[in-house]
Design a protein around this ligand. Structure first.
Ligand code: HXC
Length: 257
């Protein structure tokens, strides 16, 4: 049983993971990162889980890497560090991941939110990369994913000054897709997750992979990947079911085949 996470299941196939280290504003220590990586690995292996929502508390999604732990354990030997292994596992999660962010998403917390495919933010959410104030810099994708999300000027400003931006600002910049009242953030994310969980799983998986390709490849390679994925899906039973259901004016029942 994880001690720093709460896990709940919702039909059809949605898993809600809530970070729970309230005494440290969900700071990401080794235990939390390892438990989160294990939970995502479990969700990935489970055919019944079709989408995951990740959230924190009203005050903090996550206030970053655990600074007290960082004081004790330097990142020397980073490849052998269990935190690094956990980040790798989180990066490779291949099902839809939606972050429901209220309050602080700072440092590693902002980087964790940016691992999600979709970010829904409460209007009091604060996104920032304050590592520069500690004499370091983002180390879990912050420079790369933030720049791709908000563009060069905004990313430079956030990383070099350490100053956070609010939810509306983050939405205008393209970092988050929707802003809600904080009491509805998780509900809204669950609603989107349920919607996605009802779609054909193979189509969802390949569409996610194709969209992520757009972030790290040239247009010609991305288009090649898209055509290949599209062709693969053309041979699936779920494609036949989707088209038949449309013609028969009924809701499709997808099986993942
Ligand atoms: C450890 C933390 C923490 C953190 C907060 N706490 N953030 N503990 N690591 N990242 C603890 C505080 O020490 C305090 O514990 C309790 O949580 C409540 O926090 P307060 O500071 O009292 O709350 P508040 O005044 O509301 O300020 C909230 C805050 C501030 C603005 C978020 O806590 C803050 O600036 N935190 C640090 C944010 C940060 O620098 N993150 C980047 C970390 S570096 P006590 O015991 O005193 O009550 C990073 C690198 C990633 O993320 C690298 C990835 C490889």
């Amino acid at each position: 049983m994880p001690q720093t996470l709460a896990v709940e299941f919702f039909a059809p196939g949605v898993r809600l993971i809530t970070l729970q280290r309230p005494q440290a504003l969900n700071a990401l220590n080794t235990q939390l990162l390892s438990e989160l990586a294990a939970e995502l690995a479990d969700a990935q292996a489970d055919d019944g889980t079709r989408a995951v929502v990740l959230t924190g508390s009203r005050k903090a999604f996550a206030a970053g890497a655990d600074i007290n732990e960082m004081a004790e354990r330097n990142l020397v030997g980073i490849l052998n560090d269990p935190r690094q292994a956990a980040w790798q596992a989180i990066t490779h999660f291949n099902k839809p991941l939606i972050a429901a962010v209220n309050g602080f998403a700072l440092g590693g917390g902002c980087e964790l939110a940016m691992h999600a495919d979709i970010i829904i933010a409460g209007e009091d959410a604060r996104f920032g990369q304050p590592e520069i104030n500690l004499g370091i810099m983002p180390g879990a994708g912050g420079t790369q994913r933030l720049l791709r999300a908000v563009g060069k000027s905004m990313a430079m400003q956030m990383v070099l000054t350490g100053e956070p931006i609010g939810a509306r600002h983050a939405q205008r910049a393209g970092l988050v897709s929707e802003v809600t009242q904080p009491e509805f953030t998780v509900e809204r994310a669950l609603h989107i997750a349920r919607n996605i969980a009802g779609k054909a799983p193979l189509a969802v998986r390949l569409a996610k992979e194709a969209l992520l390709k757009a972030m790290d490849t040239d247009l010609a390679s991305g288009l090649r990947f898209e055509r290949h994925a599209f062709t693969v899906l053309a041979g699936t039973r779920d494609r036949d079911e989707g088209i038949r259901a449309f013609q028969e004016k009924r809701t499709p029942t997808f099986t993942g085949q």
